[in-house]
Design a protein around this ligand. Structure first.
Ligand code: FDA
Length: 386
């Protein structure tokens, strides 16, 4: 059969693009159901965009690449779509918008749009023998029957969560057509420490400013059996390379030095650990007291000892052994290099008619709804051009 457009990958980007492409569209996915990552996202409520979405929240070799698509299909456009479908939502924190009920509302909306535009959806289907001859792409579905399409959109995402069907398909196709793939790494992923040094405080969480390679995030940090997690750590992981140190500033909203100096005069008999436990979780203070000297009373603290202590608590240097990897990473940092992709349409400059959208590209958003917004925006950049 002859299609106007073949979209490979029925995730967030692929469904959005197929639904708005127009013409005869075939949408193919090897999974049993479309939008599986949407279903599990945001703890089942899908953090579908962010009120403060802006290009600064995206990592790419070319930080300007995402600007055009994000400006032409914004968070407000997607919120408007969600509102028109009567999906209730709320802001949780830091501009992060979640469904009130279930991520399935977003999948339902996209499936409805696919149906309304007459898109043919083939699940549990592999694309084989994909090639371009003259002006058309040729391919077979599950190895049988050859079909053609004038345009092909690659929306097969990155490598995170292989158990859910993630593959390197987009990278293979990109290479086949002469594109470069940037280094790919798991991102938005917990750190591991081989010595399991935080096992005794697993489950403890506290506010922290975590810095990796000069970029800092003020959010919660969680100690785990295997290392560190929580939003501040996941965000920092996107800027971290193997072997790098991270810096942790505990209780970033409190001036601990000034507090200890004040209390030294006002409440000198109080134990240092008791005062610290007013600002940090008590179990964390216990853990830290096995690593540093927290003995004695406030009245006994010299200025030099307060300065040294504050240095240790605000410039805590840690070198993770690694990350939990693609098994749990929310996204892949890196992907199809943007230098030969049009930032306006996502079309390949080596192969007219071939498009790459969503996470497959070297565009990685922060935690907080940015990655879905990139999926919607890049999908619409292509759909409007087809
Ligand atoms: P996506 O991965 O969604 O879709 C790719 C599709 O291609 C899949 O359906 C897959 O089966 C298919 N496919 C792959 N290889 C194929 C092949 N060879 N043949 C056919 N089909 C193939 N982001 C956010 O903004 N807010 C959030 O709340 C969350 N939460 C979250 C939780 C968890 C646990 C994860 C793992 C990820 C998130 N994310 C997120 C990230 C977000 O899910 C991700 O960025 C988008 O789903 C990317 O959309 P894409 O459509 O590009 O890929």
């Amino acid at each position: 059969m002859n299609f106007d457009t073949l979209v490979i990958g029925a995730g967030a980007a692929g469904m959005m693009c197929a639904a708005h492409a127009g013409g005869r569209v075939l949408l193919v996915d090897h999974a049993k159901a479309p939008g599986e990552k949407i279903r599990i996202s945001g703890g089942g409520r899908c953090n579908f965009t962010n009120l403060y979405c802006d290009p600064h929240a995206f990592i790419s070799e070319n930080p300007h690449f995402a600007k055009s698509a994000l400006a032409r299909y914004t968070q407000w456009d997607f919120i408007d779509l969600v509102d028109r479908h009567g999906i209730p939502w709320h802001e949780k924190t830091l501009g992060q918008l979640f469904c009130d009920n279930s991520a399935k509302d977003i999948i339902g909306m996209l499936r409805g749009l696919l149906q309304a535009s007459g898109v043919e959806l083939h699940l549990q289907t592999e694309i084989t023998d994909f090639a371009k001859s003259n002006e058309t792409f040729t391919f077979t579905l599950n190895g049988t029957n050859q079909h053609t399409a004038r345009n092909t959109v690659i929306a097969t995402g990155g490598k995170s969560i292989p158990k859910m069907g993630a593959t390197g398909f987009a990278y293979d196709i990109a290479r086949q057509f002469g594109h470069r793939i940037t280094a790919t790494e798991p991102a938005l992923v917990p750190f591991t420490f081989p010595d399991r040094r935080f096992a005794d405080i697993s489950g403890v969480s506290c506010p922290a400013r975590v810095t990796a390679n000069g970029t800092s995030f003020d959010e919660a940090m969680l100690f785990t059996h295997r290392g560190l997690s929580g939003p501040a750590i996941l965000q920092a992981s996107s800027y971290w390379d193997a072997g790098d140190r991270i810096k942790v500033h505990l209780a970033p909203e409190t001036d601990l030095g000034a507090t200890l100096r004040d209390k030294r005069t006002a409440d000198g008999k109080k134990a240092l650990t008791t005062e610290l436990a007013r600002h940090l979780p008590a179990r964390l203070v216990d853990h830290l007291s096995t690593q540093m000297d927290l003995s004695g009373r406030l009245g006994d603290l010299s200025d030099a000892r307060i300065d040294a202590l504050i240095h240790d608590l605000t410039q805590w240097q840690l070198t993770p052994g690694g990350t939990e990897g693609y098994r749990t990473a929310e996204v892949t940092r890196g992907g199809v290099a943007t230098e030969q992709i049009s930032s306006k349409t996502m079309e390949s400059q080596t192969t007219p008619g071939l498009y790459f959208i969503g996470e497959a590209l070297d565009v990685t958003g922060w935690l907080g709804g940015y990655n879905f917004q990139w999926a919607w925006s890049s999908a619409m950049a292509t759909a409007r051009h087809l």
